[in-house]
Design a protein around this ligand. Structure first.
Ligand code: ADP
Ligand code: MG
Length: 686
């Protein structure tokens, strides 16, 4: 309403839209990025000549000086002294605006030249209308969105003025009970918005932010716990108890190694889940190389033993194909029927597989999201494994949670989310963590090398290859210039083939046909190809234990988590592995920090935390992908203590009043159920 009445030009409207402001409500919630603390007014006589401050004084003389450096000068005076303001290259505008006799406030940095004080290019306000917003005095909001508002003159003072005018007609009503406001020292909601846009002090601005964050986190936690209470008892008819012969034979006769403690305890968790009569929704977290795949296989066998089918989802075709090969290898002696279902199958093949899934002859389906299309019907699907779950969208994951009697779900991820965060955010998910890597692994040694060292790097690589080793050479894939990156990888492949004529190189990139990719991967797995040159398509999940060297080209362009994921492809066998980060001499500070983190640590959690610090949490949790609701004010990582407070408050409220149906909670109840409806898509998945 308010925005409409403003009669905004189309250009401004577009700018507002790109800043996410469509409605009055958006405008109110468009929070300042920071505040300028200009709360003290200094008498001129107290200034030493090296401070940032605001003065209030009368203009006693002005002069436009044209000899030498062209400039406009105004001498200001208060009862305690005089100060000269100077604007270089000033236009006639200044002499028209700043007149003798005006009272102005000026904010800027003071300088002393002998007896004289001056301020160059101060910001000024005219004290004509006392109700006007001053930018030189008080706590001054600075709004974000410069990039959107360029050339539209929607400056911070304009945004502030709009918000203030809007608040004159509209006060957001309170919905939090006063006991909560008191307990946590939060201001009233109407006051909060005034304090956000027109704070009387820095303290008020912080109070407002605190309230808005708390409100956001509380609603979020209420939703998490509300749904947890309701869904916890979602029963499942898929109940399997005793491990049968497939499971026993697999662990006793086929598996070539002993499970790590983490793997065993994850399997125990899963066994408890699937025998409980409640639908399993477990997240299995473990760093790259921790051995999540065999845990998933063990879980699938538990269900197969009792006549159920299982589906194994991977985010990419290359990975689906590799999983298919690994799993088929393990399962061969057990004579289970396992099929690969990806987009590249012919119509005839697909039809055949679909029939077998529907009739129940196929026991395990491995594939990409092609598996969860609506025309795929299983006879009796008991378990869905989702590998690299953070790569899947919410909708795709939600698919398995909608029906009554849905299959058990095991999600796997190598992205370590701090545990307390995971618990509060993914309240309903149960989590198993594999902390250790299989024993006998030698930590990967990582080094950064500049271009001039390339000959040394190649000599080193040649020796490893002579010794029977294999290597990856990885080129970055930056979305904006996919064609360019592809060219890099192709050129790199040709270069490597020339440099190492005695060895065989293979090329793998996203633009290749699926069966070409498949062929190259197989050749690398079998050892026929010695050097695999690729774009980042190998990032997830690929497993070739004999590959012990990875050269990452343009390493400075990769994100930290991505580097760690890539590096996780090596160090999987008994050879000492080496990761060589080829980097440009010119690096940004952040790139340097990323690379040095890589050389100093192999610890996924440490790396994730650093990444988090360098990138900010939105990116890290893959907000868009994980479907986390966007937080306008709160920051899940930075505000974790408040998140925990909100979580225990939410639990307490719901323990006393599971439907929030208490007179003191009525407004909260309304507000909460509206919120829940809006965020339905996300919370349904949890
Ligand atoms: P990720 O957790 O990254 O998916 P994988 O499941 O691909 O890891 O396993 C990585 C490698 O470790 C595979 O070659 C696998 O066979 C091997 N592996 C898994 N568990 C063990 C174990 N307990 N002992 C030795 N090797 C193992
Ligand atoms: Mg994996």
């Amino acid at each position: 309403m308010f925005l409409k009445k403003l009669n905004i030009t189309p250009a401004r409207k577009k700018a507002l839209l790109s800043a996410g402001i469509q409605s009055d409500w958006d405008l109110l919630n468009f929070a300042p990025r920071r505040y300028l603390d200009r709360n003290s007014l200094s008498p001129i006589g107290s200034l030493s000549g090296d401070e940032e401050t605001t003065i209030a004084a009368r203009v006693i003389r002005t002069e436009m000086i044209t000899r030498g450096k062209k400039r406009f000068e105004a001498i200001l005076a208060d009862e305690t002294g005089q100060l000269k303001c100077v604007w270089f290259r000033a236009t006639g505008y200044f002499s028209k605006m700043i007149k003798k006799g005006e009272v102005i406030t000026a904010f800027g940095k003071t300088k002393r030249y002998g007896r004289f004080l001056s301020m160059a290019h101060p910001e000024i306000d005219f004290i004509r209308n006392p109700s006007e917003n001053l930018k030189t005095l008080g706590t001054i909001p600075v709004y974000p969105g410069n990039q959107f508002f360029k050339k539209t003159y929607i400056t911070s003072p304009v945004l502030q003025q709009w918000a203030i005018s809007l608040l004159e007609h509209y006060k957001p009503g309170e919905f939090l009970p006063s006991e909560i406001l008191n307990e946590f020292g939060l201001p009233q909601r109407g006051e909060t918005y005034r304090m956000l846009h027109q704070p009387e002090s820095m303290r008020e601005a912080l109070q407002a932010l605190k309230r808005l964050k708390f409100e956001e986190l509380l609603l979020f936690e209420l939703a998490v716990h509300y749904l947890k209470l309701r869904k916890a008892r979602r029963t499942s008819h898929i109940v399997v108890n005793k491990p049968g012969s497939l499971t026993r034979r697999f662990f006793n006769q086929i598996l070539p190694f002993k499970l790590t403690d983490g793997q065993s305890s994850a399997l125990r968790d899963i066994k408890n889940d699937v025998s409980s009569g409640v639908q399993m929704n477990r997240l299995l977290q473990g760093d790259v190389g921790s051995g999540k795949t065999v845990v998933a296989l063990g879980a699938m066998l538990m269900l197969l033993d009792h006549g159920y089918q299982a589906a194994f989802l991977a985010p990419t075709e290359v990975l689906a194909e590799q999983h298919f090969r690994t799993l088929s290898g393990y399962l061969e002696p057990l004579q289970t029927d396992i099929r690969l279902l990806t987009g590249k199958r012919t119509a005839k093949q697909k039809r055949e597989i679909l029939e077998q899934l529907a009739s129940g002859t196929t026991q395990i389906a491995v594939g990409t999201h092609a598996i969860i299309q609506d025309n795929v019907i299983f006879k009796n699907l008991g378990l869905v494994v989702i590998d690299e779950q953070h790569r899947f969208g919410v909708i795709q994951r939600a698919h398995f949670h909608k029906e009554e009697n849905s299959p058990h779900v095991l999600s796997m991820s190598a992205t370590p989310i701090p545990r307390s965060l995971a618990m509060t955010v993914f309240g309903k998910l149960d989590i198993s963590v594999i902390k250790e890597l299989p024993s006998g692994r030698k930590p990967v040694r990582t080094a950064v090398r500049m271009e001039k060292k390339r000959p040394d790097v190649y000599n080193f690589l040649r020796n490893v290859l002579k010794d029977g080793g294999q290597a990856y050479v990885v080129f970055p894939l930056v979305e904006e210039s996919e064609a360019m990156d592809l060219k890099n990888a192709v050129a790199g492949f040709e270069h490597i083939s020339r440099e190492f004529p005695e060895f065989k190189a293979g090329l793998l990139h996203g633009k290749m046909k699926p069966d070409e990719k498949d062929r190259v991967m197989k050749a690398f797995e079998s050892g026929e190809v010695h050097i695999l040159v690729s774009t980042t398509v190998i990032e997830v999940g690929i497993n070739v234990p004999n590959a012990s060297v990875m050269i990452i080209e343009h390493a400075e362009r990769f994100g930290l988590s991505q580097l760690h994921q890539l590096r996780g492809r090596i160090g999987r066998g008994s050879r000492q592995s080496y990761c060589i980060l080829m980097a440009d001499v010119k690096q940004t500070r952040i790139a340097r920090e990323r690379l040095s983190t890589m050389t100093s640590s192999n610890d996924g959690f440490h790396i994730a935390e650093t990444d988090l610090r360098l990138r900010g949490p939105g990116d890290f949790l893959g907000t868009r992908q994980s479907g986390l609701p966007e937080f306008k004010f709160a920051d899940l990582i930075e505000d974790e203590p408040m998140l925990c407070e909100a979580a225990s408050l939410a639990e307490k409220i719901l323990a006393d009043h599971p439907e929030l149906d208490h007179p003191s909670l009525h407004t909260l109840q309304d507000h909460f159920f509206t919120y829940l409806k809006e965020k339905k898509a996300f919370f349904e998945m949890m």
